[in-house]
Design a protein around this ligand. Sequence first.
Ligand code: CP
Length: 399
Amino acid sequence: MSYAPTLIDNVFGGIRPAARALNKAASTIQSWHETGTIPQKHWNDIIIAAAEFGHILTAESFFPLSPQVPAQHGYSFDKPHCLSITDFHRVDIENLLELGGHYLDLSVQKSTREGPLRGKTLVNLFFENSTRTEKSFELAGKRLGADVISMNIGSSSVKKGETLLDTATTLNAMNPDLLVVRHGASGAPALLAQKLSCAVINAGDGMHAHPTQALLDALTLRQKLQETGQKIDKRDIGGLRIAICGDILHSRVARSNVQLLNILGADLRLIGPPTLIPIGAENWGVDIFHDMETGLEGCDVIMMLRLQLERMNGAFVPSKREYYHYHGLTREKLAYAKPGALVMHPGPMNRGVEISSDVADDPEISLITRQVEAGVAMRMAILHALSEAQNRAQIKAAS
Ligand code: CP
């Protein structure tokens, strides 16, 4: 049970006494009781009222001390690693998204030593540059109470020629519980998962997979749909037509999103020039288009991708200018999609290459900032779920 019901019952003696003490409608207190979450703007009033009842509360009192990873249909999340969306069943994804939604509601939660990762060590090992993924895992680990080490590869012994496995084995000797790894080679996190004794989380490997990005994208969309469900007439991802546009060939985000959105039942389209659509993509469960006008027709959501020039050997597009002309998302091209269509981008963005600033920065349609916010919550959920699965496996092994 999360802490809101405990707090309402133990401090105030139930929903009605709490409503009276806080001068709120009983239905408001009941919704906190049912959802397990009290919005932060009310914490101060509650702390003052609780003091009159002889209870000293702090901000940490509102944190669920050990929220349970939800179990859909009695099935608990039991995966040892997070390497690829293809390792998950729909029930795993639903469990993770539900826990992610819980942490999104608590998005302003500060670090706590009482969190479910208390006593655990999280190592961030990034061999490729990152802003969003690395920092959000660091924040997520700290907010859950873990000790977090972020390895700076530039100042590590990797620069002296140490191999990936030797670096990881060295870190493993420090007994981390969770290792978050980004690497330029597809399959590097899976290799580490075979060799190390901790849970491994793939934070992006080559062009292969970026599962936590796909999960946070789904969480962002779900949250937005819950807010605007009536307006766009659909309440879940399964009813949406979603276009993933641009440099599909080099994109691990596109691959993981195609896998996840197919599991959730979306009507999926890939749009890009023929040179940037991978061979075999027609077997991914998607429809493929090469021009934005026909591809965007009837789309509810448009996911734009960065042109990954650093992964290109040779010229895949004539020029950035021409690419923007034909495939960059502008107001004019947005008009080909459904009215009110939502725009996403995993970042980092190249403005004026794959997307115009006025589209990217329009809060009515752009979910780009929300994706970053959901990234912290989703990564909290992933770390928490893996940690609980690890605890259960250790108890089972010891018994
Ligand atoms: N979307 C994403 O992976 O961003 P970073 O490269 O900044 O982590």
